[in-house]
Write a protein that binds this ligand. Sequence first.
Ligand SMILES: Cc1cc2nc3c(=O)[nH]c(=O)nc-3n(C[C@H](O)[C@H](O)[C@H](O)COP(=O)(O)OP(=O)(O)OC[C@H]3O[C@@H](n4cnc5c(N)ncnc54)[C@H](O)[C@@H]3O)c2cc1C
Length: 435
Amino acid sequence: MSLPTFHADALCIGFGPAGIALACAIEDAREQGLPLGRLDLRFLEAAADTQWHRELLLDGTDINHHVFRDLVTPRNPRSRFSFAMYLKDKGRMFDFGLLGRPASRHEWSDYVAWVSRQVNARTQFDTPVAEVLPVLRDGQLSAVQVETAQGRFSTRNLVLSCGSAVNVPEAFVPLLGPRVFHTSEFLTRLQAFGSQAPKRWLVLGSGQSASESVLELIARDPGVQVHSVHRGAGFKLTQLGQFPNRVFGPEHVDYFHSLDSQARQRFLDYSRATNYAGIDPDESQKLFSLLYEDSIAGRQRLRSWGYHQVSAVREEAGSYQVTLTDSFSQRNQTITVDAIVLATGYRQYPVPPLLANLQPWLRSGADGGLLIDRDYRIATADDCLVRLWSNGLSERSHGISDSQSFSMMALRAGRIAEALGQPIHAVARTAALSE
Ligand SMILES: Cc1cc2nc3c(=O)[nH]c(=O)nc-3n(C[C@H](O)[C@H](O)[C@H](O)COP(=O)(O)OP(=O)(O)OC[C@H]3O[C@@H](n4cnc5c(N)ncnc54)[C@H](O)[C@@H]3O)c2cc1C
């Protein structure tokens, strides 16, 4: 049976926070009676519902951005989709003020889900997009066809809001499965073990998700032993100062976008310490206290391997032999574990895989990646009549705030919504680029 074909003026792939922020921008415009509010934007979401990073929704975790950087406030502090409105609706405004700590990850996920229910978005859940195909007419790319198992959608305006891709080191790819998995599957994999959870674990990574995985494994079963491997001395703190954290602000994005591609790469590497590969002080305190208290009790639930790297891994008789190489002496040691958690983060491809079939119409920069203008529009060839936007996949062109962060989400959604609302002929097909 052939699949139905739907037409949409504009289509957004992904209804996570970035997609929801875009829906809010359009709904705000509708409520203000602005022309943008009439835009027919549909959303296709792979998941069955909205939950923010469900696989690491762990007790005791919190958010690492200010609650003003929610889905709308930096764009429109009057929006009814703000975190303040959520608190008001839930009757927690005063108690939240008394908390004296950031919102928990559970609360933030609840806020994101609350907005997704409030906002009048046309979202089709359970609809993963498999690929995006070109539609040619008179030798031009006249539309794209977005393929899903439920049907195909044709459109001339496409927004990618599908989030970053999981990063799995090559050596672990052939081993992926129930006992070797990325943190993006953490809770599902743990639940699948039931009462038969492994005892000997390796957690690879030095960032927030690694520290949370270590603490969760030990909290669930005090009988486990967890190996934690670090190139440096061990878990280190994320960059906390006010000045370095200004990289998440809009002025930084303007500055970053004005740089050439080599300077952007250098700046991105420099600013990564504010977000990646570091942990919060409270997590560091918990981990160090655990090591300390264990040394008093004469046990070692956590083995922290400072100055080491995994140099080889192989499966043998249902367990994993992992070779660790000392960063300075180059001496090798082998540990045996039953399961491996890859807390190895996320990555953004120079060209997102969903755009692979559109490659002939995509203009590329010096590094072979997409060219993306300040308003997040992807540059295309002159014979492309389709408009494409990157909503959260632009760290190469817009900097660290586009690498998995809420900081610019509301303002970015505002810019994309404004451009989407322009008639197709009113916006220059190939946007002005600084590269
Ligand atoms: C554990 C964890 C904690 C974090 N904590 C913070 C924090 O405290 N503060 C902060 O600023 N940032 C944090 N981040 C970064 C976080 O990724 C962003 O804040 C935010 O989730 C990014 O939103 P997004 O919509 O761009 O991407 P995502 O949240 O990844 O959402 C993408 C959506 O697109 C859908 N999708 C993907 N592919 C397809 C497809 N082919 N078809 C249809 N739908 C698809 C997905 O199902 C998902 O719903 C955290 C990240 C993680 C992993």
